[in-house]
Every structure is written in structure tokens, then in C-alpha cells.
Design a protein around this ligand. Structure first.
Ligand code: ADP
Ligand code: ZN
Ligand code: ZN
Length: 660
């Protein structure tokens, strides 16, 4: 008997046995090929894991596969190994891991096209002559070719990290190797891609969500065949097969977008380290604001530290100024000091950038008569008031409705928008600065294809202008004319229940500030805050990110929080809160019985307790040793899956969560 053992894209963490299609040559049954099978009432595309002689199921129960899709394995053994490791580490079914590792069209069963030798980059720009710090960094990375070594490249924004990447890649290309560059979604801009294509005369492939499914598949094929030498991509590009891969780079390694937040919850940075170590190659994590995880790995001498302490090409770091909102008068979100400073910078022919992390017009609509607010019915959140086009919009469940003219509770026409979002700030600025173009960049103004580019083109006209936007504006862009960055409000990060909030606030603040004075012109950052004396804020501004991160690491150590301990979270959702609580309480009991080195904390309501009409509860598992935690989780999952009764809740497990 010939049995096909398959990994199928379902959450069940097990393999499935099928009979091969009729009249199939057994020699065609190579592990790694795709197979189409009937599953419940659907058709699924799975991956062949092994061919067996027997099954634990009786013969009559075995279904027959519909179709063998490939004649050669779709994933190289290198990627296969990475997938197996990830499936085990994140406790995610192998089928779902494989599905994430494939471009969408392959997941749908389409056959890969032939590789094309696409027009290569033009390689017209010459390499810059490196400064001594860059030189040291490049030498260290190149010397690591052919064996595993992890580097943390810490360099302030504009210090020339990209130039280091380009040189190291150049060296790999000359050895006949390929290079993989991972970047956060938000910074994979046409400019980034163009910079690589201008530099190298080899084929460069970009893999990101802006491409059609067909383009992504072609890029994937070209990388796998080796015709493409450089792949630049977002998170999932870590799974690109590259037979001559010699170097992995993770730019902005601290960025949260490297962690996938649904189904297969992997962290692409951590997988990059794993892939490099499995295949003996250097990996470079670059950032102006490294994660605490990576800094600790440097301290523990797992990573080699490289730094670029100065801005390249003579640009200097910006100066900071704080505005105490408790004592400064504010008009429509802007303090008088800020407005005066903006005027002076604009009068000198420069550009100003304002950062506010809230899109829409106002975060809430409020009744001045009865204190009603525009709450979302399905979430523990307020519906944001937008005026272009007018609507109330929940940013959590996407619910929308028309803006009420009268209060829903007392029926009076006494509704007022409270607080400031990007649209309202834009309106205020138009009144304050009627002669200056205002360029707003947020998710609403950039929804249409090409609209982001149009906005950026306007900025690059280099005339006086005010740019205003959310963190979309903060990352990666190079705006040489911006000399003043104004931060409207950053206090949220200082007092959040999420222990990572301060770290993220500091990273964001540094990124935003990094937009000021990127070239000859010196930059200033003005920060509006209610807490100018907050010790973390003080450290950050007076002593820089390094000192700030050290201080945070001490706090994390004292509290035994990651990276000094390891977290995993069970999240449960149900219509009835009690069901979610009971389910997690049961898991907690198992934990307490099994392993006293692991603390199970909770169940507690999620930060947003109700979301999309469901009640969310968390159970947090904390362990000093990763191995113990992994074993405990395995036991729990085995138990859950062994019980035949279907669970009354929807639950997920998140290993190394980035949001707690
Ligand atoms: P980062 O990636 O650290 O933000 P980039 O590599 O983009 O920095 O460099 C910032 C600016 O400095 C770019 O305009 C780049 O061309 C320039 N630059 C980088 N290295 C050098 C160098 N060695 N000499 C002169 N200019 C440099
Ligand atoms: Zn909602
Ligand atoms: Zn009212």
C-alpha cells in the first residue's frame, strides 16, 4: 500500500494520510511536491511530507488525492528545514507554515512559470567612499562570509547603514552569492528599490504587497532559479528559496511589522537569524533604535556589535526642545511656541514636518449636553470622526456610519468633535498658514495607488511646505529640506499598560526626529508634552537612545520581563465573557500542575476587552527557560487537541508576542 502523508493548510497540528491518485508512478511521489485533496467539503492544496507503507487509519477511511500538481519539489530543502523548525517553535501546523512560505498563486495550485532574466539593474551609481566606521562594519561582515555570524549594526538615522548593506552585498555578489534584504512594509518604497537597482547591474527582485499575485510568483521563481541575485522584501520574503544565498540583512530590525499577527505568528527577524545559522552565513540586523532583544544579545556576546555613531556626509544630529503643555497656551493642538517656530523655519525657505499618530478629524464625537460619546457597538473603542468623506469610523473593526446630526441619546444638536486628528490639524494649518502648501500623509490620503508618490513628489519640489502625518511619514524617507519636526503629542507611550510601549515610543520618537536636518541644514525637534520631566523622556532627549535603552533594560531585568524571560500568550475570544475566562482558567490549572518554573498570569481582559463583538481574554505564560515553556505548551496543545469536544471559544497561541 502507498500512503501519501500530507501537510494541509488547516490549524490542526498533525499530518493527514491519503491514497495516491489512480495510476500514478510511485517515482513521481517526491516529498515537497504539492498535492490537491478533498478535505471535509472543500478542496485543499497540501505538501507531500513522506510516502508511507501503512496508515493508522483503516483503508476504507482513507480518501484518495485528486491530483499531483508538481513534478519537482516546490520548496527547497533549505526552506523546508526552516519551515519545520518554525512549525515546532511557534506551535503552528506545518501545513499553515508551508502555505505562508509560498506565494499566493502557488497556494492556489498554479504551476510556477519559467524564470525570466529580467532587465538587470543599471549599476550606474558609484559606491561612496566609506568613512572609517562604515569601513570597519563592511570589513567585519565580509570577513564572515561562509559561516554563521550575527551582527547588530546600530547607526543613527542617516549614518550610512544602507551604504554598508550595499557594500556587503557587492562583496557577496562577487563571490557568486545572492543576498536577501528584509525591510518593514512601510519602508519598501519605490525609492528604496530604485536605490538598489541603480547600484547593481544584476537582477533585483522586490517582493511586497503592492505587486500582483503574478508578479510576486515571478519574483519568487527568479530568486529560486538563481537568476535574481538580490531580493528585497517584507516579512514573508524570509521564506524565499535562494540556492546561492550568502547574506541576510534585516533593516529596521526593531520594527513590529516583522511579526505576523495572525495564523502563523512568526517573527521574520528571528527566522532570519535561524536561517543564517542553519545555512552558515552572516546576518546583519540594522537599526537606529535596536530592539532590547538584540541589545541584550550583544551584551551576552551572541551578536557582534557594529556602530555608526555619526551622520554620514557631515550632517549633524537635531537639537531637541520640549514644550510643556501644562503651561503653554494651545490653539487647535499647536502651542504658540510651536507656531512661532514653524513660521521662522518656513520664512527661511525650509520645510516643516508635524507628527501626530491619529488619523481622521477627531478621535471622538461628544455631546456637550449629556456626555454621550461615539462608542463602537462591537468594540471597547470610540468611533473616530472623519470629515473627508464625513463618517464615524471604528479603526478596530472597520465599522462605519453616517455622522449623526443630533445626539443619539438626548436628541439635541449638541455634538462636538473632541481632540485632534490629522484632518483637523490640516484644516487648522490651512487657516494659520494660508500661503503654504499643506501635505497630509496618512492611511486615508494614500489609499489610492500612486497617491503616496504624488504627495512625496510635492515634498521633493523643495519649496516651503508643511508635511503632516502619522508614522507612515516617520519611517525611511529622506526629506532634505525639512529642518523642523514638531511632535504634537507622544504621552501615550509613557503610561501604557503594555510593557513594550515605552520602547516603541522611544523608537518612534527617534525615527520621527531623524527626519530633521538630514543634509547641510541643521534640524530642530520640538516636542509637546504634559510630562516634560518624565525620566525616560529626559534620558532619551539628553543622552540619546543608547542610554534610554540601557535604562529600559535595567527595568525589564528587575521586573523579569522579556528579553530576560520568555512569554507566550493564549488569547481566547467568545461572545460570552465567561466562556473565554473558563477556558483559560482550565489551561492555567494544567500549567500550575505541570511545571512550577512557569508562571501563568491571568486570565485577564485584553487591553481592548471587546473587539468586533467578541470578549477577549488573555493568559500569559512566563518562563525563565525557553525549553521548559516549549515543553509545557506542547503538552497543553496535545491535551486540547486530544479532547473530542469542540471548544466553545476561539483561541490562539502567540509565542514571543510583541503586543501584550
Ligand atoms: P541610513 O541607511 O543609515 O539612514 P543612508 O545609507 O541612507 O543612511 O545614508 C544617508 C545619506 O548619507 C545618503 O544621502 C547617503 O548617500 C549619504 N552617505 C552615506 N555614506 C556616505 C559616505 N561614506 N560619504 C558621503 N555620503 C554618504
Ligand atoms: Zn469597532
Ligand atoms: Zn446628548
Amino acid at each position: 500500500m502507498t500512503i501519501l502523508r500530507l501537510a494541509l493548510p488547516t490549524p490542526l497540528r498533525r499530518l493527514f494520510d491519503y491514497l495516491p491518485p489512480q495510476q500514478i508512478d510511485p517515482a513521481a511521489l517526491l516529498p515537497g511536491i504539492r498535492v490537491q485533496v478533498p478535505f471535509q467539503r472543500r478542496t485543499l492544496i497540501g505538501v507531500l511530507v513522506s510516502v508511507e507503507k501503512s496508515s493508522s487509519l483503516p483503508y476504507e477511511k482513507l480518501k484518495r488525492a485528486d491530483l499531483i500538481i508538481d513534478d519537482v519539489p516546490i520548496l527547497t530543502s533549505e526552506i523546508d528545514k526552516l519551515c519545520l523548525w518554525a512549525s515546532d517553535y511557534y506551535h503552528c501546523s506545518l501545513g499553515e507554515v508551508y502555505a505562508s512560505a509560498m506565494p499566493t498563486q502557488l497556494r492556489k495550485g498554479i504551476l510556477p512559470p519559467e524564470p525570466v532574466v529580467e532587465k538587470a539593474g543599471d549599476g550606474e551609481t558609484a559606491a561612496l567612499s566609506l568613512n572609517s566606521h562604515q569601513q570597519l562594519a563592511v570589513e567585519a561582515i565580509c570577513a564572515a562570509h561562509g559561516h554563521f555570524q550575527a551582527f547588530l549594526l546600530e547607526g543613527v538615522t542617516g549614518s550610512g547603514k544602507t551604504e554598508v548593506y550595499l557594500r556587503a552585498i557587492d562583496d557577496m555578489l562577487s563571490r557568486g552569492k545572492q543576498a536577501l534584504v528584509l525591510v518593514p512594509e512601510i519602508s519598501l518604497t519605490p525609492q528604496t528599490i530604485a536605490r538598489f537597482k541603480r547600484r547593481f547591474s544584476v537582477q533585483v527582485v522586490a517582493l511586497h504587497s503592492g505587486l500582483s499575485e503574478k508578479q510576486r510568483l515571478q519574483g519568487w521563481v527568479d530568486a529560486k532559479s538563481g537568476t535574481a541575485k538580490i531580493v528585497i522584501g517584507t516579512r514573508s520574503a524570509i521564506f524565499t528559496s535562494m540556492p546561492q544565498l550568502g547574506l541576510i540583512i534585516v533593516d529596521e530590525e526593531h520594527d513590529q511589522s516583522f511579526k505576523q499577527q495572525d495564523r502563523f505568528r512568526y517573527h521574520a527577524r528571528d527566522l532570519a537569524i535561524m536561517r543564517a545559522s542553519m545555512n552558515q552565513m552572516p546576518v546583519v540586523l540594522g537599526s537606529a533604535t535596536p530592539s532590547l532583544e538584540s541589545l541584550l544579545n550583544v551584551e551576552r556576546q551572541r551578536y557582534t556589535y557594529l556602530d555608526l555613531p555619526e551622520r554620514a556626509g557631515g550632517a549633524s544630529m537635531p537639537a531637541y526642545e520640549m514644550i510643556d503643555l501644562k503651561s503653554s497656551p494651545v490653539t487647535d493642538g499647536l502651542s504658540d511656541k510651536m507656531i512661532a517656530m514653524m513660521r521662522s523655519h518656513l520664512a527661511q525657505g525650509n520645510q516643516v514636518m508635524l507628527f501626530i499618530n491619529r488619523r481622521g478629524f477627531a478621535p471622538v464625537l461628544y455631546c456637550t449636553q449629556c456626555a454621550w460619546t461615539s462608542e463602537c457597538k462591537r468594540c471597547d473603542a470610540r468611533m473616530v470622526y472623519h470629515n473627508k468623506p464625513p463618517r464615524l469610523h471604528c479603526h478596530h473593526c472597520d465599522a462605519r456610519k453616517a455622522v449623526p446630526v443630533r445626539c443619539e441619546q438626548c436628541q439635541q444638536a449638541s455634538l462636538e468633535p473632541i481632540g485632534i486628528g490629522t484632518q483637523r490639524l490640516e484644516e487648522n494649518l490651512t487657516t494659520l498658514f494660508p500661503e503654504i502648501p499643506i501635505i497630509r500623509v496618512d492611511r486615508d490620503s494614500t489609499r489610492r495607488k500612486g497617491s503616496m508618490q504624488k504627495l512625496l513628489d510635492q515634498v521633493h519640489e523643495q519649496k516651503p511646505a508643511i508635511l503632516l502625518g502619522t508614522q507612515m511619514l516617520a519611517k525611511g524617507h529622506h526629506f532634505p529640506q525639512v529642518t523642523l519636526v514638531g511632535i504634537i503629542d507622544i504621552d501615550g507611550g509613557l503610561f501604557s499598560a503594555d510593557f513594550r510601549a515605552a520602547e516603541q515610543m522611544g523608537q518612534l520618537l527617534m525615527q520621527v526626529s531623524g527626519r530633521a536636518g538630514r543634509e547641510e541644514k541643521a534640524g530642530t525637534v520640538m516636542l509637546q508634552t504634559h510630562h516634560p520631566d518624565h525620566p525616560l523622556l529626559q534620558t532619551l532627549i539628553q543622552h540619546g537612545y543608547q542610554a534610554f535603552a540601557r535604562q529600559l533594560l535595567v527595568e525589564r531585568h528587575q521586573a523579569m520581563l522579556p528579553p530576560y524571560s520568555h512569554f507566550a500568550i493564549f488569547r481566547a475570544e467568545a461572545h460570552a465573557e465567561k466562556k473565554a475566562v473558563d477556558f483559560l482558567a482550565m489551561i492555567k490549572e494544567w500549567c500550575d500542575k505541570q511545571d512550577d518554573t512557569i508562571s501563568a498570569l491571568g486570565p485577564v481582559p485584553a487591553l481592548m476587552q471587546k473587539r468586533k463583538g467578541m470578549h477577549c481574554q488573555h493568559l500569559l505564560l512566563r518562563a525563565d527557560r525557553r525549553g521548559n515553556l516549549q515543553q509545557l505548551i506542547k503538552n497543553i496543545l496535545d491535551k486540547l487537541e486530544a479532547s473530542t469536544a469542540s471548544q466553545p471559544v476561539k483561541w490562539v497561541l502567540d509565542v514571543d508576542p510583541v503586543e501584550v
